[in-house]
Design a protein around this ligand. Structure first.
Ligand code: NAD
Length: 269
């Protein structure tokens, strides 16, 4: 990965996860700066990773080749407007904020930016994220590659051709951890009703989930339907359980839940 000067604007969970991924992957810490008004957030990052930290967004952006905008969406306009006098012509801007269309940043900065809009999900916090990536065609392949490698430090990336597909990524990956957690939560509740202690119930469900994921990863050539069939003997216990899911229209429910997420993402833009 090329070594450019990177400034993170915002020192929250996502910025921290990406900084950790970069530094642990061998990116030089002295090429990374984090800027945040909150010393409580930025100073531990400076200590832990040996990066620079500042409370001066303007200085951080002026000195950087790549700017990662990692503040809450509702803060974005207020954070970007004071940066309007900076020459952005040779800088790459990456934004991980949800719900803000790419072209809106040109208004915030009052200039045409080289920008990548990124939609990561929370497993990025443990290096297993999935980031949806969008850039207009005018972005250079070097900039695209840089953004791609940066987000690969916390997981995998998927580039979308149309910006609207970022909302699809939200439904399939961004919100997905909550779908799986709901499933796990419901399974734990039933395990507790069966008499397992909360700790044991949680451990069983967690192991069943991570074991299933590991199996799916190892046998990635097989469709999920085949993996499902492999644990479902005719007339057996799993078949009895799955029958309940189908009668409750679980696949249709999942489909309408994902459509609801897309609709909400569209409304929020
Ligand atoms: P967070 O609240 O943990 O962090 C936000 C940071 O911004 C804080 O450190 C705060 O100090 C800093 N900040 C506030 N005002 C600032 C200013 N004027 N200048 C510089 N920094 C300022 O948020 P997060 O969870 O890390 O999310 C950051 C962005 O990532 C959001 O836009 C969110 O939509 C996006 N995102 C988060 C997730 C997630 O799972 N956490 C997933 C996808 C996208």
């Amino acid at each position: 990965m090329e070594h450019r000067n990177i400034a993170f604007i915002g020192a929250g969970n996502m910025a921290q996860a990406i900084i950790a991924g970069l530094v642990q992957g061998g990116y030089p810490a002295n090429k990374i700066t984090v800027s945040s008004p909150s010393a409580i957030r930025r100073e531990p990052l400076e200590k832990e990773f040996g990066i620079h930290s500042t409370n001066d967004n303007i200085d951080a952006v002026e000195k950087a080749d790549v700017i990662v905008l990692a503040v809450k969406p509702q803060m974005m306009e207020e954070v970007c407007k004071p940066l309007q006098n900076i020459d952005m012509s040779k800088k790459l801007v990456l934004t991980i904020a949800a719900g803000i269309p790419a072209t809106r940043y040109n208004d915030y900065f009052a200039t045409q930016l080289q920008l990548v809009r990124i939609m990561p999900n929370t497993p990025a916090l443990v290096g297993k994220g999935l980031s949806g990536m969008f850039a207009h065609n005018s972005l250079s392949s070097q900039d695209k590659q840089f953004a791609d490698e940066l987000m690969k430090s916390v997981g995998t990336t998927v580039w979308v051709e149309q910006e609207s597909a970022i909302n699809d990524i939200i439904a399939v990956a961004g919100s997905a951890p909550a779908y799986f957690f709901l499933f796990m939560e419901s399974m734990q509740q039933e395990a507790e009703r069966l008499g397992f202690s909360p700790e044991v119930a949680r451990a069983i469900v967690q192991q069943a989930a991570s074991g299933s994921t590991a199996l799916a990863e190892k046998q990635h050539m097989l469709p999920f339907s085949t993996l499902r069939e492999q644990v479902t003997s005719k007339g057996g216990t799993t078949a009895a359980a799955l029958m309940q899911f189908y009668e409750g229209k679980l696949p249709e429910n999942i489909s309408s839940a994902m459509q609801a997420a897309i609709k909400r993402a569209q409304e929020m833009e």
